[in-house]
Design a protein around this ligand. Structure first.
Ligand code: AP5
Length: 222
Protein backbone atom coordinates (compact mmCIF):
# COMPACT_ATOMS: atom_id res chain seq x y z
CA UNK A 1 0.00 0.00 0.00
CA UNK A 2 1.44 3.43 -1.00
CA UNK A 3 1.55 6.52 1.15
CA UNK A 4 -1.42 8.89 1.30
CA UNK A 5 -0.09 12.37 1.90
CA UNK A 6 -1.37 15.94 2.00
CA UNK A 7 0.95 18.90 1.38
CA UNK A 8 -0.41 22.04 2.98
CA UNK A 9 0.86 25.62 3.27
CA UNK A 10 0.64 29.18 1.95
CA UNK A 11 0.93 30.16 -1.73
CA UNK A 12 4.54 29.92 -2.87
CA UNK A 13 5.86 27.88 0.05
CA UNK A 14 6.94 25.09 -2.29
CA UNK A 15 4.08 22.57 -2.15
CA UNK A 16 4.18 21.84 -5.88
CA UNK A 17 7.99 21.62 -5.95
CA UNK A 18 8.10 19.15 -3.06
CA UNK A 19 5.01 17.23 -4.21
CA UNK A 20 6.62 16.41 -7.57
CA UNK A 21 9.66 14.97 -5.79
CA UNK A 22 7.66 13.05 -3.22
CA UNK A 23 5.40 11.60 -5.88
CA UNK A 24 8.43 10.37 -7.87
CA UNK A 25 10.14 8.96 -4.77
CA UNK A 26 7.03 7.16 -3.53
CA UNK A 27 5.61 6.22 -6.95
CA UNK A 28 2.19 7.62 -6.20
CA UNK A 29 0.34 10.28 -8.26
CA UNK A 30 0.74 13.98 -7.56
CA UNK A 31 -2.75 15.45 -7.43
CA UNK A 32 -2.68 19.25 -7.57
CA UNK A 33 -6.03 21.04 -7.72
CA UNK A 34 -4.22 24.14 -9.05
CA UNK A 35 -2.67 22.13 -11.92
CA UNK A 36 -6.03 20.54 -12.79
CA UNK A 37 -7.70 23.97 -12.84
CA UNK A 38 -4.93 25.57 -14.94
CA UNK A 39 -5.08 22.69 -17.43
CA UNK A 40 -8.83 23.30 -17.78
CA UNK A 41 -8.17 27.00 -18.52
CA UNK A 42 -5.55 26.17 -21.10
CA UNK A 43 -7.77 23.71 -22.96
CA UNK A 44 -10.89 25.91 -22.66
CA UNK A 45 -13.07 23.14 -21.23
CA UNK A 46 -16.48 23.97 -19.68
CA UNK A 47 -14.79 23.70 -16.25
CA UNK A 48 -12.18 26.21 -17.43
CA UNK A 49 -14.90 28.71 -18.34
CA UNK A 50 -16.46 28.36 -14.89
CA UNK A 51 -13.24 28.75 -12.89
CA UNK A 52 -11.19 31.20 -14.99
CA UNK A 53 -12.24 34.33 -13.09
CA UNK A 54 -11.42 32.77 -9.72
CA UNK A 55 -8.05 31.29 -10.66
CA UNK A 56 -6.75 34.36 -12.50
CA UNK A 57 -7.70 36.68 -9.65
CA UNK A 58 -6.35 34.30 -6.97
CA UNK A 59 -9.74 33.69 -5.35
CA UNK A 60 -10.75 30.29 -4.04
CA UNK A 61 -12.93 28.32 -6.43
CA UNK A 62 -16.27 27.40 -4.77
CA UNK A 63 -16.12 24.24 -2.68
CA UNK A 64 -18.71 22.30 -4.68
CA UNK A 65 -16.67 22.64 -7.90
CA UNK A 66 -13.41 21.63 -6.20
CA UNK A 67 -15.04 18.71 -4.43
CA UNK A 68 -16.34 17.32 -7.71
CA UNK A 69 -12.85 17.55 -9.25
CA UNK A 70 -11.17 15.85 -6.29
CA UNK A 71 -13.83 13.14 -5.97
CA UNK A 72 -13.39 12.23 -9.66
CA UNK A 73 -9.60 12.26 -9.46
CA UNK A 74 -9.39 10.16 -6.29
CA UNK A 75 -11.72 7.61 -7.86
CA UNK A 76 -9.16 6.89 -10.59
CA UNK A 77 -7.34 3.59 -10.36
CA UNK A 78 -3.84 5.10 -9.93
CA UNK A 79 -4.90 6.93 -6.75
CA UNK A 80 -6.40 3.90 -5.05
CA UNK A 81 -3.30 2.98 -3.06
CA UNK A 82 -1.62 6.31 -2.54
CA UNK A 83 -1.29 9.94 -3.58
CA UNK A 84 0.27 13.29 -2.78
CA UNK A 85 -2.51 15.88 -2.51
CA UNK A 86 -1.28 19.42 -3.18
CA UNK A 87 -3.53 22.47 -2.67
CA UNK A 88 -6.45 20.53 -1.20
CA UNK A 89 -8.09 20.79 1.31
CA UNK A 90 -8.10 24.57 1.69
CA UNK A 91 -11.23 25.12 3.78
CA UNK A 92 -12.69 23.28 6.76
CA UNK A 93 -15.59 22.19 4.60
CA UNK A 94 -13.15 20.68 2.04
CA UNK A 95 -11.33 18.87 4.86
CA UNK A 96 -14.59 17.40 6.15
CA UNK A 97 -15.55 16.25 2.66
CA UNK A 98 -12.12 14.69 2.12
CA UNK A 99 -12.53 12.60 5.27
CA UNK A 100 -15.84 11.33 3.89
CA UNK A 101 -14.44 10.66 0.40
CA UNK A 102 -11.61 8.56 1.80
CA UNK A 103 -13.96 6.48 3.89
CA UNK A 104 -12.72 7.83 7.22
CA UNK A 105 -15.05 8.57 10.07
CA UNK A 106 -15.32 12.37 9.82
CA UNK A 107 -13.99 14.54 11.26
CA UNK A 108 -11.10 12.12 11.98
CA UNK A 109 -8.90 10.85 9.20
CA UNK A 110 -5.81 9.50 10.94
CA UNK A 111 -6.49 5.92 9.95
CA UNK A 112 -6.74 6.85 6.26
CA UNK A 113 -4.14 9.54 5.59
CA UNK A 114 -0.53 8.88 6.61
CA UNK A 115 0.75 12.45 6.95
CA UNK A 116 -0.39 16.04 6.55
CA UNK A 117 2.84 17.95 5.87
CA UNK A 118 2.43 21.63 6.74
CA UNK A 119 5.15 23.76 5.12
CA UNK A 120 5.82 27.21 6.47
CA UNK A 121 8.01 30.21 5.59
CA UNK A 122 7.84 33.97 6.30
CA UNK A 123 5.72 36.16 4.01
CA UNK A 124 8.74 38.02 2.50
CA UNK A 125 10.18 34.71 1.34
CA UNK A 126 6.82 33.62 -0.12
CA UNK A 127 6.50 36.85 -2.08
CA UNK A 128 10.06 36.48 -3.41
CA UNK A 129 9.36 32.90 -4.49
CA UNK A 130 6.14 33.83 -6.28
CA UNK A 131 7.43 36.96 -7.98
CA UNK A 132 10.40 35.01 -9.38
CA UNK A 133 8.43 31.96 -10.47
CA UNK A 134 8.17 31.23 -14.20
CA UNK A 135 6.23 28.37 -15.73
CA UNK A 136 6.41 26.77 -19.14
CA UNK A 137 3.52 27.82 -21.35
CA UNK A 138 3.42 24.35 -22.93
CA UNK A 139 4.24 21.71 -20.28
CA UNK A 140 3.71 23.79 -17.09
CA UNK A 141 7.16 22.92 -15.66
CA UNK A 142 8.03 25.40 -12.92
CA UNK A 143 11.23 27.45 -12.52
CA UNK A 144 12.50 30.35 -10.46
CA UNK A 145 14.64 33.15 -11.84
CA UNK A 146 17.27 32.76 -9.11
CA UNK A 147 16.71 29.58 -7.08
CA UNK A 148 15.86 27.30 -9.99
CA UNK A 149 16.75 29.00 -13.27
CA UNK A 150 16.38 27.23 -16.63
CA UNK A 151 19.59 26.48 -18.58
CA UNK A 152 18.60 29.06 -21.23
CA UNK A 153 16.80 32.16 -19.96
CA UNK A 154 13.11 32.17 -20.88
CA UNK A 155 13.14 28.61 -22.29
CA UNK A 156 11.89 25.39 -20.71
CA UNK A 157 14.64 22.77 -20.17
CA UNK A 158 12.11 19.97 -20.58
CA UNK A 159 10.27 20.84 -23.80
CA UNK A 160 11.81 24.06 -25.16
CA UNK A 161 8.55 25.98 -24.52
CA UNK A 162 8.38 29.66 -23.59
CA UNK A 163 8.53 30.54 -19.87
CA UNK A 164 5.87 32.96 -18.64
CA UNK A 165 4.67 34.41 -15.35
CA UNK A 166 1.42 32.98 -13.94
CA UNK A 167 -1.38 35.59 -14.09
CA UNK A 168 -2.00 35.09 -10.36
CA UNK A 169 1.68 35.82 -9.57
CA UNK A 170 1.17 39.54 -10.31
CA UNK A 171 2.14 41.56 -7.21
CA UNK A 172 -1.34 42.68 -6.18
CA UNK A 173 -2.83 39.21 -6.68
CA UNK A 174 -0.02 37.65 -4.64
CA UNK A 175 -0.84 40.01 -1.76
CA UNK A 176 -4.51 39.07 -2.01
CA UNK A 177 -3.71 35.32 -2.06
CA UNK A 178 -1.53 35.61 1.06
CA UNK A 179 -4.30 37.48 2.93
CA UNK A 180 -6.94 35.02 1.77
CA UNK A 181 -4.74 32.12 2.93
CA UNK A 182 -4.46 33.64 6.42
CA UNK A 183 -8.22 34.16 6.64
CA UNK A 184 -9.65 31.03 5.06
CA UNK A 185 -7.00 28.33 4.82
CA UNK A 186 -4.61 28.65 7.76
CA UNK A 187 -7.49 28.00 10.24
CA UNK A 188 -7.74 24.52 8.73
CA UNK A 189 -4.53 23.65 10.64
CA UNK A 190 -6.44 24.09 13.92
CA UNK A 191 -9.11 21.79 12.55
CA UNK A 192 -6.47 19.16 11.67
CA UNK A 193 -4.93 19.32 15.13
CA UNK A 194 -8.26 19.30 16.95
CA UNK A 195 -9.34 16.20 15.08
CA UNK A 196 -6.03 14.34 15.43
CA UNK A 197 -5.06 14.41 11.75
CA UNK A 198 -1.38 13.31 11.48
CA UNK A 199 0.15 16.80 11.11
CA UNK A 200 3.94 17.21 10.58
CA UNK A 201 5.18 20.80 10.69
CA UNK A 202 8.13 21.43 8.34
CA UNK A 203 10.28 24.55 8.06
CA UNK A 204 10.36 25.45 4.34
CA UNK A 205 13.27 27.87 4.60
CA UNK A 206 16.39 26.59 2.88
CA UNK A 207 17.13 25.31 -0.59
CA UNK A 208 14.85 22.84 -2.35
CA UNK A 209 17.01 19.80 -1.47
CA UNK A 210 17.23 20.77 2.20
CA UNK A 211 13.47 21.18 2.44
CA UNK A 212 12.93 17.87 0.66
CA UNK A 213 15.18 16.16 3.23
CA UNK A 214 13.01 17.57 6.03
CA UNK A 215 9.76 16.60 4.31
CA UNK A 216 11.02 13.06 3.71
CA UNK A 217 12.16 12.72 7.31
CA UNK A 218 8.82 14.03 8.58
CA UNK A 219 6.93 11.50 6.49
CA UNK A 220 9.08 8.44 7.24
CA UNK A 221 10.55 8.95 10.70
CA UNK A 222 7.25 9.44 12.38
P1 AP5 B 1 -2.40 26.49 -6.53
O1 AP5 B 1 -1.72 26.23 -7.80
O2 AP5 B 1 -2.63 25.40 -5.56
O3 AP5 B 1 -1.67 27.74 -5.88
P2 AP5 B 1 -1.09 28.03 -4.42
O4 AP5 B 1 -1.59 27.22 -3.30
O5 AP5 B 1 -1.30 29.48 -4.33
O6 AP5 B 1 0.32 27.53 -4.51
P3 AP5 B 1 1.39 27.88 -5.57
O7 AP5 B 1 1.26 26.93 -6.74
O8 AP5 B 1 1.36 29.34 -5.91
O9 AP5 B 1 2.70 27.64 -4.74
P4 AP5 B 1 3.43 26.33 -4.20
O10 AP5 B 1 3.31 26.27 -2.73
O11 AP5 B 1 2.98 25.11 -4.98
O12 AP5 B 1 4.91 26.71 -4.55
P5 AP5 B 1 5.87 26.21 -5.75
O13 AP5 B 1 6.35 24.83 -5.46
O14 AP5 B 1 5.26 26.47 -7.07
O15 AP5 B 1 -3.85 27.14 -6.79
C1 AP5 B 1 -4.03 28.16 -7.76
C2 AP5 B 1 -5.47 28.66 -7.70
O16 AP5 B 1 -6.38 27.58 -7.98
C3 AP5 B 1 -5.95 29.19 -6.35
O17 AP5 B 1 -5.58 30.54 -6.16
C4 AP5 B 1 -7.46 29.01 -6.48
O18 AP5 B 1 -8.01 29.97 -7.34
C5 AP5 B 1 -7.55 27.66 -7.18
N1 AP5 B 1 -7.56 26.51 -6.24
C6 AP5 B 1 -6.65 25.50 -6.18
N2 AP5 B 1 -6.97 24.63 -5.23
C7 AP5 B 1 -8.11 25.07 -4.67
C8 AP5 B 1 -8.93 24.59 -3.61
N3 AP5 B 1 -8.63 23.47 -2.93
N4 AP5 B 1 -10.02 25.31 -3.26
C9 AP5 B 1 -10.38 26.44 -3.95
N5 AP5 B 1 -9.62 26.94 -4.95
C10 AP5 B 1 -8.50 26.27 -5.33
O19 AP5 B 1 7.11 27.21 -5.51
C11 AP5 B 1 6.97 28.59 -5.78
C12 AP5 B 1 8.28 29.13 -6.38
O20 AP5 B 1 9.31 29.04 -5.39
C13 AP5 B 1 8.78 28.33 -7.59
O21 AP5 B 1 9.37 29.23 -8.50
C14 AP5 B 1 9.86 27.39 -7.02
O22 AP5 B 1 10.86 27.07 -7.94
C15 AP5 B 1 10.40 28.23 -5.85
N6 AP5 B 1 10.81 27.42 -4.71
C16 AP5 B 1 10.19 26.31 -4.21
N7 AP5 B 1 10.85 25.85 -3.13
C17 AP5 B 1 11.89 26.72 -2.93
C18 AP5 B 1 12.95 26.77 -1.96
N8 AP5 B 1 13.06 25.86 -0.96
N9 AP5 B 1 13.84 27.78 -2.06
C19 AP5 B 1 13.75 28.72 -3.04
N10 AP5 B 1 12.78 28.70 -4.00
C20 AP5 B 1 11.87 27.70 -3.94
Amino acid sequence: MGEKLILFGPPGVGKGTQAIRLSAALRVPHISTGDILRASLQSHTPLGNVVRGYVESGKLVPDETILEIVRDRLAMRDARDGFVLDGFPRTVSQAESLAEMLGGIPPRIDSVVDSVVVLDAPTDELVARLSGRRICESCQASYHVTSRPPKRAGTCDRCGGVLIQRTDDAEETVRFRQQDYLQKTQPVIDYFVKNAWPVRMVDAIGDIDQVFGRVYAAVFWR
